[in-house]
Ligand binder design. Structure first.
Ligand SMILES: *Cc1c(COP(=O)(O)O)cnc(C)c1O
Length: 235
């Protein structure tokens, strides 16, 4: 069997998102696709861009910079950093991305704020929360969230947009929805606490749980495999 092309997969992913929004009774403009291109070549990103995709997510700083260097002619492309961020890589991320979804401690937020060039718009930030009950590798606990949100809101070169999570994999809509509902509730609480903040983003939903995420209010759905096919390297 031949692999579907990027064009076919992207069309199917758009259809899937549209159906999920419709099933959830939400307007089409409520959520968009973030195409997760980690481990995939720049040529595939270019192909998706030509099909109208603008938001792309990368996990590894050096790999992302190499692809960005190959794609400088795609002026309106929007780069999102979604992987674990070490402080010693924060400068490149502050200079070369529009969004960071994986901020989970003040030290990294402070560095991104200090390193964001004055010539660029403030860096859009999602705080990564660990919403699964079992211990997971990254993300802060819900209890730590208000303090970090308040700190980020005080940083002028950062713009706090919302929350991101990678729940532990589970099967079945109801099981998938439970942790995603906790992220939605956490965003609602932040909005009440900080009514002036531009908190419009729930970054959740991947290839296996898009429908559950859209039902729980996802606004930015991070699809890798569903758009670019299976990855060789294990993530
Ligand atoms: C790899 C990755 C994705 C995409 O996962 P798929 O299951 O391939 O859709 C989404 N979010 C993050 C943070 C990732 O690292």
């Amino acid at each position: 069997m031949t692999e579907p092309t990027v064009s076919e997969s992207l069309a199917a992913a758009r259809q899937r998102l549209a159906e999920a929004l419709s099933a959830a009774g939400r307007p089409m403009a409520d959520a968009r696709l973030l195409a997760v291109s980690k481990t995939k070549p720049a040529a595939m990103i270019r192909e998706a861009w030509h099909l109208g995709q603008r938001d792309f997510g990368e996990n590894y700083v050096q790999e992302a910079l190499n692809k960005q260097d190959e794609l400088t002619d795609l002026e309106d492309i929007v780069w999102h950093f979604i992987g674990p961020l070490q402080s010693n890589k924060s400068r490149e991320v502050a200079e070369r991305f529009s969004w960071v979804h994986s901020v989970d401690r003040q030290k990294v937020a402070r560095r991104l704020n200090d390193q964001r060039p004055a010539s660029l718009d403030p860096l859009n930030i999602c705080l990564q929360v660990n919403i699964s009950t079992e211990a997971s590798k990254s993300g802060m606990s819900l209890a730590e969230l208000p303090a970090l949100a308040e700190a980020v809101l005080s940083m002028p070169r950062l713009r706090l947009r919302g929350l991101m999570a990678i729940p532990a994999p589970s099967k079945g809509l109801e099981a998938q929805r439970a942790p995603l509902a906790r992220l939605r509730e956490a965003l609602e609480e932040l909005r009440e606490r900080f009514p002036e903040a531009p908190l419009d983003t729930l970054s959740m939903g991947m290839s296996d749980d898009l429908e559950a995420a859209v039902m729980e209010g996802a606004t930015l759905v991070r699809l890798g495999t569903a758009i670019f096919g299976a990855r060789q390297r294990h993530e």
